[in-house]
Design a protein around this ligand. Sequence first.
Ligand code: NAP
Ligand code: F7E
Length: 380
Amino acid sequence: MKRALITGITGQDGSYLAEFLLSNGYEVHGLIRRSSTFNTDRIDHLYLDPHDPQARLFLHYGDLSDSGQVTNLVYNIQPDEIYHLAAQSHVRVSFDMPEFTGNITGLGTTRILEAVRRSGIRTKFYQASSSEMFGDAPAPQNEITPFRPRSPYAAAKVYAYWMTVNYRDGYHMFACNGILFNHESPRRGETFVTRKITRAIAYIIAGKQKKLYLGNLEAKRDWGFTPEYVVCQWLILQQDKPDDYVIGTGESHSVKEFVELAFKYAGIEIEWKGVEAYQKGIVKSLSCRLQTLASHVKVGDTLIEIDPKYFRPTEVDFLRADIIKAKKNLGWVPKVTFEELIKIMVDSDMELIGMNTPGEGKKALKEKGIHWTENKFILG
Ligand code: NAP
Ligand code: F7E
């Protein structure tokens, strides 16, 4: 039985990766932070009491700022594979907390790499690198595109990227960077733009929220479906040689397109009025289904407004992945499309608030052999 250590197991990616590794026979260890309220929602469905002979998921307290604890854990667990996913991962927040972000998102990686080196164990190491590192480099971006980071978060990830390469070259470690473009899912944190939008739609329809306040609508991202991306994280560590890979869909869409399609799927057609960066999203028409479901929403209502507090001092305008290398070496191609991703997320947020959904998201997954039951995704 292979043994894996996941940092960031309570996050979006960590939870799907844990699910995937457990379903593939791994023993999984996760690093979690102590918090005054529960932070294990995303993995509760995987957890068994450690006394249960069936238990294969084990959680350990620790923090990326605590090198002693991290070193002890790596040494005691002796994992075959380490997936280092933990980070202060919010780009906007990194402008408010640049030093903290450098410490956790940047130096955190060095602490794990050093823990491996000092404990002398042989383990494969995965670093969660990010498309944000490309910043304003022209699209499409691939493994040889130079990094031009545009935020404290991206700068910290560039540092961690090069530390991973250095430990691979200098100490012959099996250390790899997965340079993942944005990936989303029903488990995405509520303050990232996709989830913020799909959740707001459910709340507006349920009459629990009046408006959605957003920042820059023109930014373009390459958005994929997270359960498919964690398979790549695993595939990267199963190759004969350690290497770095760009993972994305190869398609790019603006935040505005995401908003329009998500609202349309829920039954609300949006039109934009007003000046460039401060446009308002107004209800142009409503589907019959929506008129019955949410009679409080009317044609002419303003549902989306811009709040400048969500603008970033420096923005990344256009990201689109060139995934030729991943296709060739990993044999990986994403199945879930942009429109399907939106439907999956809207369905999920409507379900969470107790409403019937149009159901096309689930249908699309089923057709692709991905089973979505009780909060779990099982990749066929
Ligand atoms: P996420 O949902 O924000 O999860 C971050 C995880 O890191 C959480 O488990 C969090 O624990 C943990 N963490 C934060 N600070 C920590 C600390 N000081 N010590 C220990 N653990 C800490 O992020 P994600 O979307 O799953 O992304 C996973 C990784 O991929 C991150 O490194 C992110 O930067 C990177 N990435 C993400 C994307 C994307 O589109 N999602 C794309 C490229 C790269 P709590 O639950 O206690 O907060
Ligand atoms: O922003 C714009 C915002 O915060 C996407 C992280 O997982 O992916 C993520 O970083 C775009 C940006 O993701 C709002 O300005 C408009 O242009 O969802 P986001 P991100 O910054 O791309 C990368 C790959 C990571 O590595 C990160 O860890 O949307 N935007 N209005 C907004 N963004 C937010 N959050 N909130 C808004 O109201």
